[in-house]
Write a new protein. Structure first.
Length: 212
C-alpha cells in the first residue's frame, strides 16, 4: 500500500466568499469526515492533491495528515471525493474520509489481466466485462491494482468474481458476474452479425413514413 503525507491547516471561515479567497491564494477548502467526529473544515494545497490523485493508487492512497494543529496531525485519511471546475478544470474542493488502521474500508480497485489465455492462442476472442471491483479491506492492505491470471482460460471459459482468491480482501461486487470470457470465433462473428442486423432494422423507416 502506497502511503503519503498531506499538509492541512484548520479552516475557521466557511462559505463561498472565504473559499474564493483561498483559491486566489493558491489553496482550496476541504472537509474531513470521521466516525464519532464533527466534520472538520481544513485547507489543502491543490497541487499536492493533484499529484496524489495522478499517482498509481489515486484516491486509494492512504494519507497521513501533517499540520501545526495537534488535533489534525497524524490522522489517517483517504480522498473520498473531489470537485472540479467544469470551465477551468481546476480542483476546487475535496472531501477527506478519516480511517482507522484496524477497521476495514470500502474502495474500488482496478483489475489487470495477465497472461495469454489458451483459448486466445486457439483463435478465440477475449471479452472483458469488468475492469474494477469494489472491495473491503484494512487501509494498509488496499492494493494498487488487482492482478488476475487468465492464462488457463480456454475457448468458452469464463472467469467469475467468485473464482478469485484474494487474501485479506473481501470482494463486495456480486460474485456471479463474469470478469472475462473467451469466445469462440464463430460465436463472436454471429454476435456481430446480429448486432449489425439490429442496427439496420432500427435505421429502417417505420411503416407509413416517407423520405423527403
Amino acid at each position: 500500500m502506497n502511503e503519503r503525507e498531506l499538509w492541512v491547516e484548520k479552516r475557521t471561515e466557511t462559505g463561498k466568499g472565504p473559499a474564493r479567497r483561498l483559491r486566489r491564494e493558491g489553496k482550496i477548502p476541504a472537509i474531513i469526515y470521521g466516525p464519532g467526529r464533527e466534520p472538520q473544515p481544513v485547507v489543502v494545497d491543490p497541487k499536492q492533491v493533484r499529484k496524489i490523485l495522478r499517482s498509481p493508487t489515486g484516491k486509494n492512497t492512504l494519507l497521513t495528515l501533517k499540520s501545526d494543529d495537534s488535533e489534525l496531525k497524524g490522522r489517517k485519511v483517504l480522498i473520498k471525493d473531489q470537485q472540479i471546475d467544469p470551465i477551468t478544470d481546476e480542483l476546487i474542493h475535496i472531501d477527506l474520509m478519516e480511517v482507522k488502521e484496524d477497521r476495514p474500508v470500502r474502495v474500488r480497485v482496478p483489475i489487470s489481466f495477465k497472461g495469454k489465455p489458451k483459448g486466445v492462442e486457439r483463435g478465440g476472442i477475449l471479452e472483458e466485462h469488468i475492469r474494477e471491483l469494489e472491495i473491503m479491506c484494512l487501509p494498509s492492505q488496499i492494493p494498487e491494482i488487482l492482478e488476475v491470471d487468465i492464462s488457463e482460460l480456454d475457448l468458452g471459459d469464463s472467469l467469475h468474481i467468485r473464482d478469485l482468491k484474494l487474501e485479506g480482501i473481501r470482494v463486495l461486487t456480486e460474485g456471479h458476474l463474469a470478469l472475462v470470457t473467451i469466445v469462440a470465433p464463430e460465436v463472436a462473428e454471429a454476435g456481430e452479425e446480429a448486432e449489425e442486423e439490429a442496427l439496420e432494422e432500427e435505421a429502417k423507416p417505420e411503416s407509413g413514413e416517407t423520405s423527403s
